[in-house]
Ligand binder design. Sequence first.
Ligand code: FAD
Length: 384
Amino acid sequence: MALDNETFGQVKDTVTRFVRERLIPAEDTVEQTNDVPEDIIQDMRELGLFGLSIPEEYGGLGLSMLQECEIIHELCKASLSFRSVIGTTVGIGSQGLVMTGTKEQKEQYLPRLATGEISSSFCLTEPDAGSDAASLRTTAIKDGDHYVLNGTKRYITNALRAGMLTVMARTDPNKKGASGVSAFLVDPSIEGVHISKADEKMGQRGTKTSDVIFENARVPASALLGGEEGQGFYTAMKVLDRGRLHLSSVATGISERIIEEALNYAAERKQFGSPIGEFQLVQAMLADSQAELYAGTSMTRDAATKFDAGDEISMLAACCKMFTTEAAGRIADRAVQIHGGAGYMSEYKVERFYRDVRLLRLYEGTTQIQQLVIGKNMLKSVQG
Ligand SMILES: Cc1cc2nc3c(=O)[nH]c(=O)nc-3n(C[C@H](O)[C@H](O)[C@H](O)COP(=O)(O)OP(=O)(O)OC[C@H]3O[C@@H](n4cnc5c(N)ncnc54)[C@H](O)[C@@H]3O)c2cc1C
């Protein structure tokens, strides 16, 4: 699945222009109102951004992973809150369906997801099941031709905006680990599904996360993803492998923007009679950031190319996610340093970006979880 080079080039140019002309000028509004304006979300629909990763036969753009990474990198040169609006539909919310859904399930949801008529969320995390997601407790118990869902999901991005939830729940309570977990496609408007008000967060204002509570929510048996019980956790892990490449591009896109902010400031701000960028200690901070950006974009491109070729990329995706998101933290920190006292002031954007990128090292697997994935894969290669 990939768009031809010429059409892809046009899509990319359009996104670059959209970022410059529409998104960057609206960043302060998003920060002040803690919301992304509806007219911008409508523009995103019209540009096809909700359908980046959905196959063309279902109305999406059908980008390859490499192409998706390039578009996400471009998009994330603006505040990350804009990307979050489409993020779950392009990534973790829809990809379980794209990878393992039945024909009927795909026909039911993918065309509407592709146009942005509805968006989707991914419901894995629970109050007592974060990094150890396989210990999740939400249940989906078969009752005739329905399943009855009970449990609480936590920090679910875009649940308040979603028209479809991909929910991981235990269909076999006797099986404690991953093999008892199945995935369901749930319409959040049905009786028994409650979505809490949006959480207050450190950064990424305008993004929405909430608890999703299931109280005897009855879903038809046809909502079981792929029609097969016991596959939900494995599907979630495949979705997260792919999602880690997407998130790496989020990290490199915003890193490029932060470096641009720091470089412009360094070229303009004068101390001791010279622009501070002429001082070698400031240049060292800029250089370290630039090298990390280059390394992060190169490794993400390499892993995405391998993903498109059908290679197993779990370890590489974890390497990319760990490196690019940790690097984004260092790059944002240096940008604040280069701005001096101004870097601490809300008037300058680096203060906001510093808070925004902190999340990248936490969700879709913390840095420690990426280290465990990398370490386990390394050992497997010698132990067999
Ligand atoms: C803004 C936001 C949006 C989110 N969106 C979603 C979403 O859409 N859908 C969804 O399902 N989830 C979502 N999450 C949840 C996110 O994926 C989890 O918060 C994350 O996986 C970590 O789980 P936890 O918060 O329970 O931390 P914990 O698992 O409690 O971890 C706490 C600390 O312990 C460390 N730790 C845990 N286990 C180990 C170990 N074995 N070895 C070493 N260190 C370890 C962790 O690295 C971390 O430093 C979101 C979270 C946030 C903050």
